[in-house]
Structure formats: structure tokens, C-alpha cells
Design a protein around this ligand. Structure first.
Ligand code: AMP
Ligand code: MG
Length: 506
């Protein structure tokens, strides 16, 4: 029986040349050498990392993560795909038929590398649900799902070469990021070309209220079902808001046993709101068990270095959102299923952070901006939960769900004086009225982690505009220099930044 994780959730692979050392990932798990001709590397942190690499004919592939539409793919691409034992084999067969366009067919949360003839082809899913990075040193490519593994794999940084076609991540020498929704081909002559595999839709679909409500419920239900297909028992991180309560309810409707977990601190919690939902579900579905986890706001803040190390994000808002989740994943009660569904990301395509009074045009502005700028924020990287041994997956950013929610007209999102109207309406029959009507509370607000960080900044005489400096410093220590977050003294970091600021002022 599968343990609930994909075969692998991390890899590093290098063409030809040997690696200076065994890679270290934030994603925790057994390391297995990559079995591909002409490469060295490792896969890690999954249920069966040796199955992440495979070859079919002249096509060799390596996959971290998982696909969600293998049933549909086998209908389209034939018996070989239908008979494939795992996702890497599915991709290899698809690639044989479609070449790099294979990635246009797949709905998943993955990063992949394909070796075919002289070419190396690399891709991440439509939203970079598993991030992928590349470095080129003396013409040799190394690719990894975590940038820290690449920083550690370059012995002589003066030989690292820029790849001008790709965005660079923060760091003293060139490490690049593969774009979301893009497949990139690296030819032996050094040329780098890309094709798009997904773009956020710009057009808006005009459908009746009732049709939109049905579409949202069915599409989300499908996304949830395919995320639990490999497992009869999953967990959901539940705030008691409409987004995560919807996911919890759809898990129950799919006949899966569900463990819900809610985080709170002394500063703030959403225990009552989450318990209301869990209790409501338990009346209809007895296989629901609910847990509350209470931490101090300082314990949550103590995960700052770990959050930056795992997410490799330097965006202060994103790090603040991810901070309480890092704390939660790390302290989940024993016995929590290793596959966790979240309500993360619903607000982007539904415009949930938007003020009702601003109107439809402004909602579309915000939506276009958010859909154009998420890439590189690393919001959904698996290392965040895999550093604690859990695989998370996010139904709102399923390709079909994101596609649908993005293209629904803004008037279905902001309607009858409600934000996220279409989702609330879709779930009204399944959730308590109070939950359906509940206004948004961000995870960083509901756990008091934002205010704890503000307090610490103030204590050290740093303004809230210094959040970035703190986070970049932690990134440089953990991702670039490779210091493990357990060996970082957070208060010393604040102290050093305070002293530096004072010197700069003198
Ligand atoms: P939010 O910023 O509220 O949209 O949070 C994003 C996701 O994180 C939610 O959909 C939940 O899955 C999870 N989450 C937020 N707050 C909590 C909490 N207090 N306890 C557990 N999970 C939470
Ligand atoms: Mg919330």
C-alpha cells in the first residue's frame, strides 16, 4: 500500500560529470542514485524514489511530484500510457508520441527532466507546483528541485555561466529558475528555447449563476478526488474559512477518512470556526477526526529560518503566509496521514483579498496582476511540508480548477454584496451557514504570526520595511551558504542587522 507520498519529491541531476557531494534537500527522505544513462544525481523524499527515473526506448525521464489526469491521458494517448505503472513511465510514453508538447497534456504537481538524443528538456507544471532550478558550469547542466542543492553543487563559482534566457535567483553566482507553465530545451550547442504549456486565460466565460455554481462544485470535487485517489485516508489543514472548509467537505463526500488540524496561538486562533465545520461534517461522515494544535506565537516565529530555507522564497509577504504552516507541518500530531490537502491559493483566482467596494474592474486588475506575478514566489513548493515528511497538495491550483476560476466573469466572484460568491454558493448546501458567510482571515492573521514578527522587528529598532532585509539575510545563510536552519540563531540575525543599520546611519 502506498504511504501517500509521490515516488519522489526532490531530485538533483547532472549531465555526465560527477557531483562533488551528495545533495542535501529540505525535503526529508531516503536518497537514491538516479539510474539514467549519462547522468549522475539523486532522487529523494518520497515513497519509492527509484521509480522516479525510468526509460522507454530512447527517452529517459526523471519526475518529482505527481500527475492528476493519468486516467484522461490514457484515454487520449493509448494503451502504453494506460498500462504505465507510474507517472515517470506515463511521461516517457507521452514524450515518445508528442515530444516536448507532452507537457501540454499533463495536469499535475511536478518537475521533470527528459533526456532524448542530444537534448535535455526540463519542465515544471502550470504553476511551478514543484519548482525547478538549473545551473551551467563549463557547459555542464545541473538541475534540481531546490536551489540550495545547486548552490552546494558548484565547486568553482567563477565558472558558473549565465543562462540569459532564464530568470536568475538571488545568489552570488548564476542559478536560474525554470518558468511555470513552460518547457525548456537545452541543446548541446548551448542554445535554450522554450514553449508555453499553460497560460492564465485572459478571456471571460459568461455563464448563468446556476451553471457556474455547478461547474465550480464539480470541477473542485474532481480535483479533490484525484488528489486522494492513491489513499483512503488524508488530512486537511483547516482554518474554518470557506476555502479549506470546502476542501474538507469534498474529501468527506469522496468517502475518504479525514483528519483535520487547526493551528492557533495565544495571540489568536480560529479554533471555534474550525470546530464548527469539523463537527458539522462529523454528523454526516463519521470518519472525521479533528485536532487543535496550540503553539505560542514565539514558537511560530521561531520557524522563520526554516520557512525561508524550505520555501527558498525571498518575498516577505509569502514568507509570512508560509510561516504558520511551516510551524504546523512540523508539529502535526503523530498518526496524521502523510497526504495533506489545503485550501491554499483560492483567493487569487477568486479575488478573495479584494474589497467589495472597489468594484469589478479593480477585481480584474488584481486578478491579472496576481496571475502574472506568482511565478518565482515559491508559495506551493513541496519542501515546506516535506521538510516534516508530509506531502501537501492544493486543489484550488489544480490546472482545471485554476483555469475555470480564472475565466469566470468577475461578476460571479463579486455578487449580491459577497466576495467569492460562486464558491460560497456552491458550498451552501454542505457547510454551516456561518462558515459560508465567514469573511476572509489570512493564515498569518489567524495565527498571530504577522504581529509577532512586527513585535520582534520593533524590539530590535527595525522598521517593517526591514522585513525583506531579515528574510534575504536568512536566505543567504540557509539557501546560498547551506547552513541548516536549526543552526541559525534568529535573534543574532536581528542583532546583526540592527548593528549594520546603525553603522549605515553613522
Ligand atoms: P488563508 O491565508 O487563510 O487563505 O490560508 C491558506 C490555507 O492555509 C487555508 O485554506 C488552510 O488550508 C490553511 N490554514 C489557514 N489558517 C489555518 C489555521 N489556523 N490552521 C490550519 N490551517 C490553516
Ligand atoms: Mg483563512
Amino acid at each position: 500500500m502506498s504511504g501517500g507520498l509521490p515516488p519522489a519529491t526532490a531530485f538533483l541531476v547532472r549531465q555526465g560529470a560527477p557531483l562533488p557531494s551528495i545533495p542535501r534537500f529540505a525535503a526529508q527522505g531516503e536518497l537514491v542514485p538516479v539510474d539514467l544513462v549519462g547522468c549522475t544525481g539523486f532522487t529523494a523524499a518520497g515513497d519509492s524514489p527509484e521509480r522516479a527515473a525510468t526509460s522507454v526506448g530512447a527517452v529517459q525521464v526523471l519526475v518529482a511530484g505527481e500527475f492528476y489526469n493519468t486516467a484522461e491521458l490514457s484515454g487520449t494517448a493509448g494503451a502504453a500510457v494506460g498500462d504505465a505503472a507510474h507517472d515517470a513511465e506515463v511521461l516517457a510514453h507521452l514524450y515518445e508520441q508528442y515530444g516536448a508538447h507532452a507537457f501540454r497534456l499533463i495536469n499535475g504537481r511536478y518537475a521533470a527532466v527528459v533526456l532524448h538524443g542530444e537534448d535535455l528538456v526540463a519542465a515544471t507544471d502550470h504553476v511551478s507546483g514543484v519548482a525547478l532550478f538549473v545551473s551551467r558550469v563549463d557547459g555542464v547542466l545541473t538541475l534540481a528541485t531546490e536551489a540550495k542543492a545547486l548552490f552546494a553543487s558548484v565547486v568553482d563559482s567563477s565558472r558558473a555561466q549565465e543562462i540569459t534566457e532564464l530568470p536568475r535567483v538571488r545568489g552570488p553566482f548564476a542559478v536560474h529558475r525554470l518558468r511555470a507553465g513552460t518547457v525548456t530545451r537545452f541543446a548541446p550547442d548551448g542554445s535554450v528555447t522554450s514553449i508555453d504549456t499553460w497560460r492564465p486565460p485572459e478571456w471571460r466565460q459568461l455563464v448563468e449563476e446556476s451553471e457556474a455554481v455547478t461547474l465550480v462544485r464539480e470541477t473542485l470535487g474532481h480535483a479533490v478526488r484525484r488528489r486522494i485517489a492513491v489513499r483512503d485516508e488524508v488530512a486537511a489543514v483547516l482554518s474554518g474559512g470557506i476555502d479549506s472548509s470546502t476542501v474538507a467537505s469534498l474529501i468527506c463526500e469522496a468517502d475518504s477518512a479525514l483528519t483535520t488540524v487547526t493551528l492557533g496561538t495565544e495571540a489568536r486562533d480560529e479554533f471555534a470556526e474550525a470546530a464548527l465545520v469539523a463537527g458539522h461534517l462529523a454528523e454526516r461522515f463519521p470518519a472525521v477526526s479533528h485536532r487543535e494544535l496550540k503553539l505560542s506565537a514565539d514558537q511560530v516565529l521561531g520557524e522563520l529560518a526554516r520557512t525561508v530555507w524550505a520555501s527558498e522564497s525571498t518575498d516577505p509577504d509569502i514568507v509570512e503566509y508560509l510561516l504558520p504552516l511551516t510551524a504546523l507541518y512540523r508539529r502535526l500530531p503523530t498518526g496524521t496521514p502523510s497526504r495533506i490537502l489545503t485550501g491554499y491559493g483560492a483567493d487569487i483566482p477568486l479575488g478573495g483579498m479584494h474589497r467589495i467596494s472597489d468594484g469589478l474592474g479593480k477585481l480584474e486588475d488584481a486578478l491579472s496582476r496576481d496571475m502574472a506575478t506568482f511565478d518565482g514566489l515559491n508559495e506551493m513548493v513541496p519542501a515546506l511540508s516535506m521538510s516534516a515528511g508530509y506531502w501537501t497538495t492544493h486543489p484550488y491550483w489544480d490546472r482545471d480548477v485554476l483555469d475555470l476560476l480564472t475565466r469566470l466573469s468577475a461578476s460571479l466572484k463579486l455578487r449580491h454584496g459577497r466576495d467569492k460568491w460562486v464558491l460560497r454558493e456552491a458550498m451552501a448546501p454542505s457547510l454551516p451557514q456561518e462558515t459560508v458567510a465567514r469573511p476572509k482571515l489570512g493564515v498569518h492573521e489567524g495565527s498571530g504570526s504577522s504581529s509577532a514578527l512586527q513585535r520582534l522587528l520593533k524590539e530590535y529598532g527595525l522598521g517593517s520595511d526591514q522585513r525583506s532585509a531579515v528574510i534575504e539575510d536568512l536566505y543567504d545563510q540557509t539557501v546560498v551558504a547551506g547552513t541548516h536552519p536549526d543552526d541559525i540563531d534568529l535573534l543574532k540575525t536581528f542583532e546583526r542587522l540592527r548593528n549594520k543599520m546603525r553603522e549605515d546611519h553613522e
